[in-house]
Design a protein around this ligand. Structure first.
Ligand code: GLN
Length: 451
């Protein structure tokens, strides 16, 4: 049924870069056969899922939305992919994304933009716009995204779906093509909080293949989602994310959600996190710095695209011509920014200062979480903007992640849930919930209470 739905609507939505019809049907048949034999089935047996094209999939193309990896078929599965297979999930295919996960609209994909199912002239968010759009278009009931600065939560917000960035280290990064290694985190996307929790439980947990993976038990996210109760909780409203610059309808729905939390028995307090004002500029030094280093591996020798290999050009020319042809403008912008920020003489002023800001942000969170159980804010300042509207203005594009970036900087957990439509444009608004590291269960407890 989901493959039929994809065949029917994906021409318009373009959530998928690759639909693995054969693989999906084979997995479904395998699940049926197991069931017929009375064998033990995985926890998500037979449930279809859309996988962001940044996770490696053995035998299935993985492009990261880049020409650089066009035609690359990985010889191995990411740990997330492997766990999905072990849970007996049916992977429908790979979803569209901004190139190497850099962007907030999927307009940076080398393979065309994804359209927001609520209004096809609008962006579905990014970088994981394909994953969230596939949920909103009912092409898949579950999806996987990655969140470096907001790429799970912001697409969830603008498509009226649920998206969770787990605690950094909570879900393995092995086989997740790196953008900014200290910030990247894979996580679940779904249409309900409980669905997200079931998927979270299936992919989370320690992985010896990822040196930053946390070796602690996974918080009981499913139990928390079923609890759906905020009585007695203390919830902080981040002052820095509740002022000017937010669309009226976004503020209105946000304040209604806060009122609802109060009615449900939570105590609401205002929380001051002054360093959050510097999170965005610090992120745009740290993320490009790590990106410039991570993307150095695309040298045209080991993977993907190779241009100018004519027997006349040397290795350096081939690498340089291939990178020129393979990377899009946003990726090039980040590589140049990062290389500059890391160069000797500038390192302390840029990268060093950004790391200090990162510490201040962590301290703001520590202070806040000494007093409250979770923090809340709008997920993103506006509803889905029009395709093309911010394409030529990187600064305007970067603002989409204003509220989500601090959690990546601190490595804690964040969720976006839909809280109704903005009256002025009829488009979905998201509520962001933030919990301390390894307290991901609190997201689900609060999210399912508000849902
Ligand atoms: N939009 C942000 C960026 O462009 C975040 C991307 C992400 O989370 N992958 O870097």
């Amino acid at each position: 049924a989901h493959l039929d739905r994809i065949a029917k609507v994906d021409e318009k939505v373009h959530a998928f870069l690759h639909v693995d019809t054969e693989g999906a049907l084979a997995k479904a048949a395998e699940v049926d056969a197991k069931r017929a034999r009375g064998e033990q089935l995985g926890p998500l047996a037979g449930v279809p899922l859309a996988l962001k094209d940044v996770f490696t999939t053995k035998g299935v193309p993985t492009t990261c939305g880049s020409k650089m990896l066009q035609g690359w078929v990985p010889p191995y599965d990411a740990t997330v992919t492997r766990r999905l297979r072990e849970a007996d999930v049916v992977i429908l295919g790979k979803t569209n994304m901004d190139e190497f996960a850099m962007g907030s609209s999927t307009e940076n994909s080398a393979y065309g933009v994804t359209h927001n199912p609520w209004d096809l002239s609008r962006i579905p968010g990014g970088s994981g716009g394909g994953s969230s759009a596939s949920l909103a278009a009912f092409e898949a009931p579950l999806a996987i995204g990655t969140d470096t600065g907001g790429s799970i939560r912001q697409p969830a917000s603008v498509t009226g779906t649920v998206g969770v960035k787990p605690t950094y280290g909570g879900v393995s990064r092995y086989g997740l093509v790196a953008f900014s290694s200290s910030l990247d985190q894979g996580g679940p996307c779904a249409r309900t909080v409980l669905d997200a929790a079931l998927l979270h439980a299936a992919i989370a947990g320690h992985d010896p293949m990822d040196s930053t993976s946390i070796d602690l038990p996974v918080p009981d996210v499913v139990g928390a989602a079923k609890l759906a109760d905020v009585k007695g909780m203390r919830i902080g409203v981040v002052k820095q994310f509740d002022g000017d610059g937010y669309q009226d309808g976004v503020r209105q729905r946000f304040h209604e959600s806060v009122d609802l939390l109060r009615e449900l028995g939570a105590t609401i307090v205002e929380v001051d996190c002054p360093s959050f004002d510097y999170a965005l500029p610090a992120y745009y030094l740290i993320a490009p710095s790590e990106c410039s280093s991570n993307l150095a591996r695309f040298d045209a020798m080991r993977y993907g695209l190779r241009v100018g290999d004519d027997g006349v050009n040397g290795v350096e020319e081939v690498t340089s011509l291939s990178r020129e042809a393979g990377f899009g403008p946003e990726v090039k912008r980040r590589i140049m920014l990062g290389t500059y920020a890391l160069s000797s003489g500038y390192y302390d002023a840029y990268y060093g200062s950004a790391q200090q800001v990162r510490t201040l942000i962590m301290r703001d969170f520590d202070r806040a979480f000494a007093d409250v159980d979770v923090l809340v804010s709008p997920t993103t300042p506006t509803t889905a903007f029009k395709i093309g509207e911010r394409a030529d203005d990187p600064m305007a594009m970067y603002l989409a992640d204003l509220c989500t970036i601090p959690s990546n900087m601190a490595g804690n957990a964040g969720m976006s849930i839909p809280v109704g439509l903005a009256p002025e444009d009829g488009l979905p608004v998201g509520l962001q919930i933030i919990a301390p590291a390894m307290a991901d269960d609190r997201l689900y407890r609060v999210g399912s209470a508000v849902e």
